[in-house]
Design a protein around this ligand. Structure first.
Ligand code: UDP
Length: 412
């Protein structure tokens, strides 16, 4: 029996990490005040009493129409239901998911279809796969359009929401064509913002923990401004995503569309491409194949890993939140591991005899990464449910099945 064949009996029983995420309720009011959509736009135009309607020249609409007269029980000024009336989700309106055939995008499309939505996935299939959404093709509520969002796209239907997820997130992949990566973030975000504006749709940007670069503080909270090298191999992704946040900020203020920004931390789960080069997928595949486990640098660098179903839950909650959460919200699992710990867990769970191989650390590698998710917990009542140990078990089963063909031979 090889390691893959042994999987069904070797995987440890599901374990819970037993740790609860801490909530600092005393900070609730401060955070909500900081992150109110209307509040941040008011600051932009000088903190005067000028509201958004005045900015667009609609002098009839008073400030109260913009901010609402109502205060929530936490004293937070609620944003109006919409800054520009957002198309309601109706049976004939669609939700667009760019990057819909990718790892996160395909999970999101599946969840949205299960919720009864009509979904159009837009993907250039550079790192996404038709196979990821093959199970949705038989639904008359799902469509996949092969298109690169660096060019504008015309959609004839009514659109109620756009999730902008298109962009390779793996350093190994996004560095293959860095200019295209950068343009995907910038031109892609601009094209999707224009579409959202045309359609009066709400739009969510998949931003990233990479906006914090190689952070000087840990955990990272949304108010931290990051330490990013503008002139290095990760910049095409990091700076592209930072620029996209800026575009969202400016666009939301000038065009008054409803925006959401999710800063997504490391996420893993089934449908990851085994050749994507990410740490969890690499280690699991290497352990199952009996290959050396490639540790870049000392392995003391840390990451915090969120299971995909938790992340999708957070994205949908953020998109559907009615609190006017226009500014960025961290979504990730705050439980932190060193890369070496991940390697050891994978080796133990797979009973693999793979050896550790230490290699050079990539340039501009973040040394630590851990989200502060107080804001998501406060605003969205969201926190991850799946421990890394449980999620890893599921990944090992998934890759175990994927790596075997019917005759039991390894495919990779
Ligand atoms: N890493 C590693 N070996 C691998 C792949 C990644 O040691 O085979 C390290 C990588 O250097 C980084 C961490 O694992 O410190 C996470 O890498 P990944 O590419 O998954 O995502 P990142 O968080 O760097 O975008």
């Amino acid at each position: 029996m090889n390691h893959i064949e042994k999987l069904s009996i070797k995987i440890s029983p599901a374990a819970t990490n037993g740790k609860k995420n801490r909530t600092d309720t005393s900070k609730e009011k401060t955070n909500q005040d900081k992150y109110c959509a209307t509040d941040f736009c008011e600051k932009k135009i000088g903190g005067s009493s000028l509201g958004l309607e005045e900015l667009s020249g609609n002098s009839n609409a008073g400030i109260s129409a913009v901010y609402g007269d109502e205060k929530s029980e936490r004293g937070v000024i609620k944003s109006p239901t919409s800054l520009k009336a957002v198309n309601a989700s109706t049976p004939d309106s669609v939700t667009i998911v760019t990057g819909g055939a990718g790892f996160l995008g395909s999970h999101l499309c599946t969840r949205l279809i299960h919720k009864g939505a009509r979904v159009i996935a837009i993907d250039n299939l550079s790192t996404g796969f038709r196979a990821n959404v093959a199970h949705l093709m038989k639904s008359d509520r799902f469509e996949l359009i092969e298109h690169d969002i660096i060019s504008p796209i015309k959609i004839n239907q009514k659109v109620n929401a756009i999730y902008n997820l298109a962009c390779s997130a793996s350093p190994a992949k996004y560095q293959l064509d860095p200019i295209h990566t950068f343009r995907t973030s910038i031109d892609g975000a601009y094209n999707m913002l224009n579409l959202a504006n045309q359609k009066s749709a709400r739009i969510l940007q998949a931003s990233t923990s990479e906006v914090y670069g190689d952070p000087e503080i840990s955990p990272q909270r949304e108010t931290y401004r990051g330490a990013v090298n503008t002139y290095g191999p990760r910049a095409c992704y990091d700076e592209g995503k930072r620029g996209a946040e800026t575009l969202f900020y400016e666009y939301a203020c000038m065009n008054k569309i409803e925006t959401r920004i999710a800063r997504i931390f490391n996420t893993y789960g089934p449908l990851m491409d085994p050749l994507d080069g990410r740490v969890v997928s690499n280690f699991v595949v290497q352990a199952l194949m009996g290959q050396d486990i490639t540790i870049y640098g000392t392995g003391e660098q840390t990451r915090s890993f969120c299971y995909v179903s938790d992340l999708i839950d957070g994205l949908i909650r953020l998109m559907e939140s009615e609190d006017g959460v226009a500014s960025p919200v961290n979504l990730g699992n705050p439980h932190e591991f060193t890369v070496l710990e991940v390697a050891k867990m994978v080796l133990a769970k797979t009973c693999s005899r793979s050896r550790l191989r230490f290699m050079d650390a990539p340039k501009d590698e973040p040394k630590k990464r851990r989200p502060d998710i107080t804001l998501a917990l406060t605003l969205l009542s969201w926190q991850p449910k799946i421990s890394f140990s449980d999620g890893l078990d599921r990944m090992i089963v998934y890759f175990g099945q994927k790596l075997l063909d019917r005759s039991g031979k390894a495919l990779l």
